[in-house]
Ligand binder design. Structure first.
Ligand code: TXA
Ligand code: MG
Length: 555
């Protein structure tokens, strides 16, 4: 099939593509979020062509796009007051509401689900196109299944050339991330996919309309549930061909962390080329800091100022695609703390980076030396210890391999929880305590379970309680000789018994529910413990501070 590209100039340009929809063909069109792959939602054969072109699994439902609010009622069983409030507040706009479907919607559109996602795009080309087509348009993002969503017509052409009838080129998409998907079938809204309409905005609207839900639930991780309500979330998404690694900002921003990560890869393999999705000052920092021969192996995609998460969100998919095409072997991409649009950005970036397990980077990269702190939920104790350890690492160093002093190595703490589904931010007091007293940053922290991958990536594992150490040893017997209760480790390695009201036996008390004062005392306890243990941790990581005379500075 020959795929025609129509560059939008005026409304008349949409007449022919609208006719193609009437004929049962598939047409890609721009929306404010990403490009969509549209076909008549009421025609099963046309819908089947979307699944074919995209290579999409048949159990992943499509969103139905309409032009006006009046077009919604025939497609759904009823519109609850909650749905009505969200429609009034956010449509047209980057939001999709999941409601109970009416009989008019074929099962193939919704993959057999009794619900349908409805969206009114804000983009005027999209709305005019739907009006001219005179039918609701079923449309997923117009990418090949698994690749980053297209935010330009050229991206669509790359994935869909020869597979669909036509692409309408309406320029770059304004938002750049797909719509927020919200399930409104229950009494409370549930966010199935974060987007530019944020949880904060939905909360505010609900409150204004007299609902009192407090925090809106977000349920984006379908793999953990038996019947996922956002079936699409279980599939691999947004991923370029090469591995992506997230670079979380340090206390003083992104640039130094990017430098360290980039150097790790550049040193690891003299042929390796690294792509960077980063901000302007990070680029300048790297250009100033690196030698010529290493700079040559970097490819940048700069989204704007380092801290501009909106630009980063807008350019993420374009950046990943462009770096992928440039032939780099690895991509490093800016991470941000959660909240507002950053939540949607991190959701997509984490999916793109899903295969960058610490295990692969560790086994690939003998220069990275990791110590893992483990507590129960990975929101208080272990992230604090991680942040403080990483600050102490930054203030000292550089570090070299203990056996081979000409090899520079990179020390790093990670943290995990023995009993957590993961996905939460750090406790606010934990954040505040490490920020105030150590200028360390936990805003980008996301809790994770102490799974095989993270455990295997560490050379030393320090548990906050004896029971946690035992639990880890039972679960991971092969690495049990690397696992210690943190307090016991200090005693046996340094001969120092740390006395504190927060330590009982080999257990460091869980501060959860405590005051900021208690978190602060705990942070200062961790500083004391890590400083005491630092030489022996270095030893266990087979690392040395470069200048052997240099005393470890202690913040
Ligand atoms: O911004 C967007 O939403 C773009 C533009 C083109 O409108 N569309 C888009 O569609 O991103 P797609 O198919 O790539 O993603 C739709 C997501 C999928 O994760 C799908 O599983 C979920 O929405 N979804 C669709 N219908 C659903 C339903 N009835 N219940 C739960 N989730 C649904
Ligand atoms: Mg998609």
């Amino acid at each position: 099939m020959k795929t025609e590209m129509i560059v939008f100039g005026n409304r008349d340009d949409l007449i022919r593509p609208a006719q193609m929809i009437a004929d049962g063909s598939v047409v890609a069109f721009p929306t404010e979020t990403v490009y969509g792959l549209g076909a008549n939602a009421l025609d099963e054969r046309a819908v089947a062509r979307i699944f074919d072109a995209k290579g999409r699994p048949a159990d992943n439902p499509l969103i139905v796009h309409v032009a006006e609010k009046e077009d919604i009622p025939p497609l759904v069983q009823n519109i609850s007051f909650l749905a009505e409030c969200l429609i009034d507040a956010f449509m047209p706009g980057p939001i999709t509401l999941v409601m109970k479907k009416s009989e008019r919607i074929p099962d193939s559109v919704t993959a057999g689900l009794p619900t349908v996602g409805i969206r009114i795009p804000k983009n005027s080309i999209a709305r005019d196109f739907i009006r001219l087509a005179r039918v609701p348009l079923a449309a997923p993002s117009a990418n090949e299944s698994g690749t980053p969503s297209p935010t330009r017509a050229s991206h669509v052409m790359r994935d869909m050339d020869g597979k669909i009838a036509c692409v309408i080129d309406g320029g770059p998409c304004e938002v750049g991330l797909e719509s927020t998907v919200v399930d409104v079938t229950g009494t409370e809204p549930v966010i199935l996919r974060p987007g530019a309409v944020t949880a904060e905005m939905i909360e505010e609207t609900c409150e204004k309309n007299g609902f009192s839900f407090g925090c809106i639930r977000t349920q984006t991780n379908a793999s953990d549930q038996e019947t996922p309500s956002a079936p699409g979330m279980k599939y691999r998404h947004y991923a370029p061909r090469v591995p992506v690694r997230i670079v979380h900002p340090g206390s003083d921003g992104h640039d130094r962390v990017f430098l360290r990560e980039a150097e790790t890869f550049l040193l690891m393999d003299s042929k390796m080329r690294v792509g960077l999705f980063c901000g302007e000052s990070t680029r300048m920092h790297l250009e100033n800091a690196l030698p010529e021969n290493e700079k040559k192996r970097l490819v940048y995609y700069v989204y704007g100022p380092d801290t501009d998460v909106e630009s980063a969100a807008n350019k993420l998919f374009a950046g990943l695609r462009s770096l992928d095409l440039s032939g780099v072997d690895r991509i490093l991409a800016s991470g941000f703390g959660r909240g507002e649009i950053a939540t949607a950005y991190m959701n997509r970036l984490e999916k793109a980076a899903a295969d960058d397990s610490p295990l692969t980077s560790h086994s690939m990269n003998p220069k990275e030396r990791t110590v893992l702190f483990v507590c129960t939920g990975n929101t208080c104790r272990s992230p604090m210890a991680e942040a403080i350890f990483n600050r102490i690492v930054d203030l000292n160093g550089p570090y070299h391999d203990a056996d081979n002093p000409s090899v520079q190595v990179f020390l790093k703490a990670r943290s995990a929880g023995l009993a957590t589904p993961g996905g939460s931010g750090a406790n606010p007091f934990a954040k505040e305590a490490v920020r105030r007293f150590f200028n360390a940053d936990l805003s980008g922290h996301v809790s994770r379970r102490a799974d095989e991958t993270v455990v295997n990536s560490a050379r030393l594992i320090l548990a906050m309680e004896e029971g946690i150490a035992e639990g880890l040893r039972r679960k991971y017997p092969k690495v049990s000789d690397r696992i210690y209760p943190f307090a016991a480790y200090i005693q046996s390695a340094v001969g120092l018994k740390i006395r504190s009201e927060y330590i009982q036996g080999w257990d460091i008390k869980d501060p959860i529910g405590g005051s900021l004062q208690e978190y602060t005392e705990m942070a200062s306890l961790f500083k004391e413990m890590i400083t005491a243990a630092f030489p022996s941790i270095l030893n266990d990581l087979s690392a040395r501070v470069s200048d052997s005379e240099k005393r470890v500075s202690t913040l």
